[in-house]
Unconditional design. Structure first.
Length: 77
């Protein structure tokens, strides 16, 4: 389970769609998500379960880091 945090314009970009295009062997389940408006802009939170080959999952997580998406592993599967 991974918690993703998006700030500002990131909450409007198709980052997850692009991640799945680059790593088609990764499957995901959306567990929960929300977007909140603050004075500093939008903050989005998305909880995902990533499934598949460990190397592909690691590549997908690295892509998220590259895109400056906050990632936090909640628990390993």
């Amino acid at each position: 389970m991974v918690k993703l945090t998006f700030h500002g314009d990131q909450a409007k970009l198709p980052i997850i769609s692009e991640m799945l295009r680059q790593f088609p062997e990764v499957d995901l389940n959306i567990v929960d998500g929300s977007i909140h408006q603050t004075q500093e802009g939008s903050i989005g939170t998305l909880y995902l379960q990533l499934l598949g080959d460990e190397a592909e999952i690691n590549g997908a997580e690295e892509y998220l880091h590259k895109m400056r998406v906050g990632t936090e592993v909640i628990r390993g599967e």
